[in-house]
Ligand binder design. Structure first.
Ligand code: FAD
Length: 593
């Protein structure tokens, strides 16, 4: 019995109408992707997530992982599920067909990523990292390296990791010290990486580590970092895994959540023989790694969506069953779903989840339109939009995932705090999403520093104009969407003010960007979420008039109304915090804290 049912209709609606699927499938690379294919993929993924991954989620949380004899041990059920995952062809659904992938749009594959994460995020991290490694190698590696590694990674036979972090180099990678010495056509990598997700495991035949390290004489800082591929097993002449490379898991972390995902300390070259190969150009490794990091950032946003949705589903089921208290006009005690405060919590979870889903899928759609676009002008447009959306998808969606999964505990009352219900696991598992792949604070600074200020606000301003275009249809929709229209217009006006303030205020207040970035990120994410729900409500009204599924469509309208009344007003608070600048934030001396 599964307790996870992927919301396929909601996902399809979001892909189709809020992630602009028709614009994606109009691209030549996706000409063969039709509605039936998408529906079949979503339904099969939903079955797999519900029947194979969800049932071992709790087991993974209880059992965890350990290191024994230089190897990480994971629950056998995870290894079995991984075999099934690969046999079903899930690892390569969006990968390059040249290496055996199915070449589906990311806009569709991301919905599957959401399902894997909702069902079992600890498991999902393994194939997710492999996909990121594939993308980075596909973009930056030599043909020889691609031929050697990519098909095996795409099939899932081999898995990938991302090795950036060292104990002194977390958010700030400029201080990393791992080295790489040339030796013939390869390099000997030496150093210790920490927190490496799925850094070792027995699920795949080989593990391909993408490692940041410094070449001899490399410049200090981020300009002296190169990228290497270091396999767990060296390859025989025929390309099969041979002797063990000098890479070993030293330990695994004991964590708050994602217990079944091994978070490893990895030692490279303790015996001086960790062989690796350069990916991309010397000293340009960080740029190449950004391909993987940006991919993962959107994936982490989708993890947030999945966990928020799973917590919502469990909370609704509980609220229907749990009988407590009385309600006006009803005889006897009622199920708690009858109480306005419980409904407030459920609708908050649901509307935040749908807003974050729409943000993530839309970001994927921008990426598809960038990677597969055919004319330079539109590629540049969608690239700028994707660059803007990525830190928002990562940071806003994971912030609201924490809010939603935390509310899920509250809906359950005392039972939420008791581990056996499983709802606490979703919160514990979601908590890391705000931290890894660049903390949300760092994402917010990236958003303001690189995506708002660098082009003088042009990309943000173009997006605001696009969002304002829903005003006229909202006005035509009349009373039904009047609150949505007003709340969205106000959120957008305040966003213009905050953007202008940040664009002009740095000279006055050098700490402004860092002090105000988080509120700006929350503000723009909240507005984009409101815009997406408004678009969904407009489509729903049209479809209701055309005789569509009333219950489903009215839900889209109510979500937009609720969000406009309960969430969009948060924009004013974020705007006020941006206006406040760094004054009180920086007023205390460090030793007065
Ligand atoms: C479970 C788990 C899995 C992970 N998986 C991987 C992985 O697979 N590969 C990998 O390479 N790494 C991985 N990481 C590492 C992760 O990406 C880092 O933990 C993260 O980037 C933050 O670095 P840090 O922990 O050193 O925190 P720090 O950088 O020390 O940050 C601490 C706090 O200071 C803030 N801060 C730091 N610098 C600034 C600044 N300039 N401006 C404003 N605020 C700042 C941060 O936002 C944060 O709140 C993982 C971590 C965990 C816990």
């Amino acid at each position: 019995m599964t307790d996870y049912h992927a919301p396929v209709s909601q996902m399809r609606f979001t892909i189709e109408h809020l992630a602009d699927l028709p614009a994606v499938t109009a691209l030549p690379d996706f000409s063969s992707v039709d509605g039936d294919t998408i529906q079949a993929v979503l339904e099969e993924a939903a079955k797999f997530a519900g029947a194979v991954l969800a049932p071992i989620n709790w087991l993974g949380d209880r059992q965890g992982v350990k290191v024994a004899n230089d190897a990480v041990v994971v629950p056998q059920e995870f290894s079995d599920a991984y075999v099934q995952f690969c046999q079903a062809g899930w690892p390569g659904i969006a990968s390059n067909p040249d290496f055996g992938g199915q070449g589906l749009p990311k806009t569709v594959a991301l919905a599957c990523d959401e399902m894997w994460a909702a069902a079992n995020v600890a498991f999902a991290l393994c194939p997710e990292l492999s996909q990121g490694a594939i993308l980075a190698m596909d973009r930056h590696a030599t043909d020889e390296l691609k031929q050697t590694y990519l098909a095996k990674l795409v099939s899932g036979q081999w898995a990938g990791t991302m090795c950036l972090t060292e104990s002194q180099a977390g958010s700030d990678l400029s201080s990393l010290t791992t080295t790489a010495e040339p030796k013939g056509d390869r390099y000997l990598v030496k150093g210790q990486k920490i927190y490496i997700t799925w850094g070792d495991h027995p699920m795949a035949e080989n593990i391909i580590h993408l490692v940041l390290a410094r070449l001899p004489g490399a410049p200090a800082g981020t300009k002296g970092i190169s990228l290497f591929v270091v396999p767990k097993y060296k390859l025989n002449a025929d390309g099969t895994p041979g002797e063990r490379n000098d890479v070993r898991p030293v330990s695994v972390e004991h964590k708050m959540g994602i217990h079944a995902s091994p978070t490893c300390v990895l030692a490279f070259g303790d015996e001086g023989d960790a062989e690796g190969y350069l990916v991309g150009k010397p000293n340009e490794g960080l740029g190449a790694m950004f391909t993987m990091m940006n991919y993962m950032r959107l994936g982490v946003g989708a993890q947030g969506v999945g966990l928020a949705d799973r917590s919502y589903q469990k909370s609704v089921a509980f609220a229907r069953e749990r009988v407590q208290g009385r309600a006006p006009g009803e005889k006897g005690r009622v199920a708690i779903i009858r109480h306005p405060d419980v409904r407030r919590m459920l609708l908050l979870m649901r509307s935040l989840t749908q807003a974050s889903r729409a943000i993530c899928y839309y970001t994927a759609s921008c990426l598809d339109r960038t990677a597969h676009g055919t004319d330079a002008e539109s590629v540049a447009h969608w690239q700028a939009r994707a660059d803007l959306m990525t830190p928002i998808a990562k940071a806003w969606c994971t912030e609201v995932a924490q809010e939603a999964t935390e509310i899920g505990i509250q809906v359950h009352g005392g039972m939420g705090y008791v581990e056996e219900t499983g709802v606490a696991q979703f919160y514990r598992d979601a908590r890391i999403a705000s931290i890894y792949e660049g903390t949300n604070g760092i994402q917010a600074i990236d958003l303001v520093g690189r995506k708002l200020l660098r082009d003088g606000g042009a990309t943000v301003s173009a997006f605001i104009s696009d969002m304002r275009a829903v005003d006229a249809p909202l006005a035509n929709a009349g009373e039904d969407l009047a609150t949505v229209r007003h709340a969205l217009a106000r959120g957008l006006d305040e966003l213009v003010q905050s953007s202008t303030l940040l664009l002009t205020g740095e000279r006055r207040d050098p700490e402004l960007v860092s002090a105000a970035a988080f509120d700006y990120m929350m503000h723009i994410g909240t507005v984009i979420g409101g815009w997406q729900l408004a678009r969904g409500a407009l489509v729903a009204l049209e479809q209701i008039a055309a005789g569509g599924d009333r219950a489903f469509l009215e839900t889209q309208v109510v979500m937009a109304q609720f969000y406009a009344e309960h969430v969009l007003p948060r924009c004013s608070a974020h705007a006020a915090a941006v206006r406040a600048g760094s004054g009180s934030t920086m007023a205390l001396a460090a030793d007065h804290f």
